[in-house]
Design a protein around this ligand. Structure first.
Ligand SMILES: Nc1ncnc2c1ncn2[C@@H]1O[C@H](COP(=O)(O)OP(=O)(O)OP(=O)(O)O)[C@@H](O)[C@H]1O
Ligand SMILES: [Mg+2]
Length: 226
């Protein structure tokens, strides 16, 4: 099933009289069950692309559609709902709320969007913590966890609304080989459940998990506006 379709999207940033190109025009289709790995040198536009595909950012031209509907035709409310319930996010540094327990952090996406009963939320979060191997840590606070454990909490949180697409920007960037492999295996496992994973990485290892690899090249030219 076609989930995301990007048509000739590009992104540039205006700085004074210069236009800084961040992403050259690109078209792309992402289907459920795919593990798309985006690679390329620093500054090639990998994060920019991920942000455009997940509607965290808007393209300078071109359009992105999710399940056939263009982001540009959606209200902010609809986009917020999409990000909350259809998309899951994992970034390089795990962002957790330090004054909330592990279980409460996983449950955060349930504070927004369609209401779900407390019992269902707890049950779902516990199943996910079990899945990521952290069942015994639900009452701990993030500052007592290792980086790899924190990243698995983020992963559980990204899954709790049962997203169609998981966006991961260098999720293993700060992890050792063992923890990195755990995350990659969990991500790969998601694609067997008809989800799509779009992952940005510098490393070689994730490439072995990919069903498709997109290599972006560095953009060298700055375009003057005058
Ligand atoms: N808000 C911004 N304003 C100006 N330039 C930006 C902005 N965001 C990104 N850029 C530029 O766009 C280019 C692409 O950035 P991007 O973050 O997508 O690269 P990347 O491939 O993810 O790099 P890395 O591997 O280092 O994370 C870079 O040259 C960057 O400096
Ligand atoms: Mg980046």
């Amino acid at each position: 099933m076609l989930l995301i379709e990007a048509e000739q999207i590009c992104r540039f940033f205006i700085a004074g009289k210069s236009s800084i190109p961040a992403l050259s025009p690109i078209s792309l289709k992402v289907y459920s069950g795919e593990f798309l790995v985006v690679t390329g040198p620093s500054g090639a536009g990998k994060s920019t692309l991920l942000n455009l595909l997940s509607c965290l950012d808007r393209p300078s031209s071109g359009e992105v559609r999710f399940q056939g509907q263009s982001f540009s035709n959606m209200t902010e409310q609809k986009i917020a709902l999409l990000r909350n319930s259809s998309f899951g996010f994992i970034f390089q540094t795990p962002h957790l709320l330090m004054d909330k327990t592990v279980l409460e952090n996983v449950a955060l996406p349930f504070h927004y969007g369609l209401p779900v009963s407390r019992a269902v939320v707890q049950e779902r979060c516990r199943v996910l913590l079990e899945y990521v191997g952290l069942a015994e840590m639900e009452s701990r606070y993030p500052n007592t966890l290792s980086g790899g454990e924190m990243q698995r909490v983020v992963f559980a949180r990204a899954l709790c609304r049962e997203p169609d697409v998981i966006f991961a920007d260098e999720p293993t960037g700060s992890l050792d080989t063992e923890n990195s492999r755990k995350i990659l295996t969990l991500l790969k496992d998601q694609t067997t459940q008809a989800r799509a994973v779009i992952m940005v990485t510098h490393d070689q290892e994730p490439v072995d998990f990919a069903t498709r690899i997109l290599q972006l090249d560095k953009i060298t030219t700055d375009t003057s506006l005058v």
